[in-house]
Design a protein around this ligand. Sequence first.
Ligand SMILES: Cc1cc2nc3c(=O)[nH]c(=O)nc-3n(C[C@H](O)[C@H](O)[C@H](O)COP(=O)(O)OP(=O)(O)OC[C@H]3O[C@@H](n4cnc5c(N)ncnc54)[C@H](O)[C@@H]3O)c2cc1C
Length: 282
Amino acid sequence: MPAGLNVAIIGAGMGGLASAAALRKAGHTVTVYEQAQQFTRLGAGIQIGCNAMHVLRGLGLEPHLRAETFYPRSWNNRDWRTGEVLFDMLFGQPAEDKCGAPYLLAHRGDLHAALASIVPAELVQLDHELVGLDQTARGVRVSFTNSRSTLADAVVAADGVNSVARAILFGEAEPHFTGRIAYRTVYPAARLAGFDMGDCTKWWGEDRHIVMYPVKPDRSEVYFVTSQPEPGFNLESWSTKGDVSVLRAAFEGCTSARWSIAIRWNIGSTATSPCRAMPAIR
Ligand SMILES: Cc1cc2nc3c(=O)[nH]c(=O)nc-3n(C[C@H](O)[C@H](O)[C@H](O)COP(=O)(O)OP(=O)(O)OC[C@H]3O[C@@H](n4cnc5c(N)ncnc54)[C@H](O)[C@@H]3O)c2cc1C
């Protein structure tokens, strides 16, 4: 790609902001168009793999992320009834030595804020929801629902799993529902009342599991997420509220994990991820 292009990036999520920062480093002019009216600390826990950390290091974010996220010793896999350790998958220094970058556990909102901090605010156009992409002799015409439009040499579609850009270019894709959903939340660690959940623990049931890990270096915030069958569920959203009694009933057999600290949570979903829904406790 020749330097000096005028690039329109659709979506100011992880991919959009990272692309914006990388393209600016490569000498391009970028504008990011985001449908939301403001940035907020959305989402719950997110894993930052060693390969992603190589990219984030290149963007100058490694010191910030090491300071803001949790560095786990391992992923500890346990039986959900007895708590017996089934397999302790090492991360921490061994993973860093092997892969050349750390493996970190974060709040999605904190990773998003870190990426936003390296893209000048004036390059992000909020309240711009993509509605049209048209190739013209002078470039790509990018149109938004607010009636504005712009011309760009190139467009990067980073508008997430329900991408409008993808639908414009390749047609609508029906989501594939696996019949599984995930409940999720982030909450203060004080609610664990001294329960030792380890660095990152997965409690395995026969057809469902719970994962918990801290998302802050001082362990002050805990991420909780499940995966479970719920074949009749067909809602698509990152923010629909779920019912804690349904969650409790689904994990009645789980006596090992301390998770009954739920307050209230949201249910969301993705079209293509293995889990259709990600309910969260806020
Ligand atoms: C609200 C939310 C919460 C999430 N929570 C988690 C979580 O807790 N854990 C986890 O592992 N993953 C979470 N994800 C998913 C994760 O952020 C992404 O799947 C992953 O990081 C891939 O990044 P992405 O840039 O492709 O998409 P995303 O991070 O989903 O970003 C897409 C962006 O595009 C914007 N957008 C969408 N359509 C348009 C449009 N037509 N015009 C303009 N902008 C548009 C969206 O508002 C969003 O900001 C969440 C995503 C969202 C949107």
